[in-house]
Design a binder for this molecule. Structure first.
Ligand SMILES: *[C@@H]1O[C@H](CO)[C@@H](O)[C@H](O)[C@H]1NC(C)=O
Length: 344
């Protein structure tokens, strides 16, 4: 009874105390969060060799960094098949990121509907797992940097695979040659373009030289006629995989690496770190990559193994596994909408 009376008479002050202590802890943790967030930003800057021209610029990027980290932390606290990481894109807004690191656009003459033969249409010997890296048909992960020429990287990676599978030689070929010299069609240097245009150029050009001979500069330069005269490898055509058909895509990838286009501008894709990516993403194709295999995760999730061109620090050492055989025909992020491969 005495205790109850005490409780009753002290209810207000207890409540006040409670409110006060919650307020204090919220304020303290907010201040602590700001401090630790700023520490994290400084740490991240060191890790990624980022410098800003002045404090205003630093503050602006800090605010973006903070929003991105909050998104990444809250995503990672949820239940997902994949994890995100504060990678080198963590201080960019979505608009800045999109402008710099993607680079695919649909052809204005849109020949995507053009009738194309598909030489793997009757292929049935589809293995359960394929990883063209283990067959030595994939070169090192490259980095397009701030040049929207993913279309060149995607096409060259598919060509490198085709050359290896046909000749036995893995040769790292020159994206820079494509960026500098492909000035005939709709493709222009560091501007968004389309993968089939790169294949057309390579055919017209009579082949490509090596990456060593014509190294990547991440900017468009004048076509070096001397370098482009020494071809290291040739293709003589390309074919499109029947659109919106993951089964057909599987038949193609079972035979060689394939160029595909996806929507890659969402935050979950940008900050992908590991696991099987399953969205969210739409089908507004804006990035070209190369499928270099497929398989199934231990939990049964089927995936495509994809080589990206954002350097080795992104994703799983430069690769991403994206969910395969989704319930809509376009595939996850539109991956089955526009796939093609070179022929020799
Ligand atoms: C696939 O099989 C059909 C039916 O036998 C045949 O007409 C077609 O030419 C074959 N396609 C290829 C690429 O061999």
């Amino acid at each position: 009874m005495a205790f109850m009376a005490f409780m009753a008479s002290n209810k207000c002050s207890l409540l006040a105390l409670l409110v006060l202590s919650v307020y204090v802890s919220v304020t303290t943790s907010r201040v602590l969060n700001e401090v630790s967030m700023s520490d994290r930003h400084n740490q991240w800057m060191l890790e990624h060799g980022r410098a800003y021209k002045d404090v205003v610029e630093k503050q602006r990027h800090f605010e973006i960094y903070k929003k991105n980290i909050e998104f990444i932390d809250s995503f990672n606290n949820g239940d997902h098949k994949f994890k995100l990481g504060a990678n080198k894109f963590a201080d960019l807004t979505n608009e800045e990121f999109r402008a710099m690191y993607n680079g695919f656009r649909l052809s204005s003459t849109d020949d995507s509907k053009a009738k194309s033969s598909f030489k793997y249409e009757n292929f049935t010997d589809v293995a359960e797992f394929v990883d063209w890296r283990t067959k030595g048909a994939v070169t090192h992960v490259k980095n397009q940097q701030q040049c929207s020429c993913c279309w060149a990287f995607s096409a060259v990676a598919a060509m490198e695979g085709a050359i290896k599978l046909n000749t036995g030689n893995l040769i790292s070929l020159s994206e820079q040659e494509v960026v500098d010299c492909d000035i005939y069609g709709e493709d222009h240097g560091c501007n968004p373009s389309f993968t089939d245009g790169a294949f057309k150029f390579i055919i017209q050009n009579g082949g490509l030289t090596t990456e060593t001979n014509y190294p990547y500069m991440a900017t468009q330069g004048t076509c070096n006629m001397q370098k482009t005269a020494s071809h290291a490898a040739q293709i003589n055509g390309y074919e499109q995989v029947p659109a919106n058909n993951e089964a057909a895509l599987l038949m193609a990838v079972a035979n060689q690496p394939v160029s595909v286009t996806i929507e890659a501008s969402g935050s979950a894709f940008r900050f992908y770190s590991k696991g099987v990516f399953n969205g969210p993403c739409g089908t507004e194709l804006d990035h070209a990559v190369t499928i270099v295999g497929y398989g199934q995760d231990s939990d049964g999730t089927k995936y495509w193994l994809i080589k990206n061109s954002w350097g080795e620090s992104w994703g799983e050492d430069g690769y991403i596994r994206m969910e395969r055989d989704v319930e809509y025909a376009q595939g996850l992020c539109g991956i089955a909408m526009q796939a093609s491969y070179p022929t020799i």
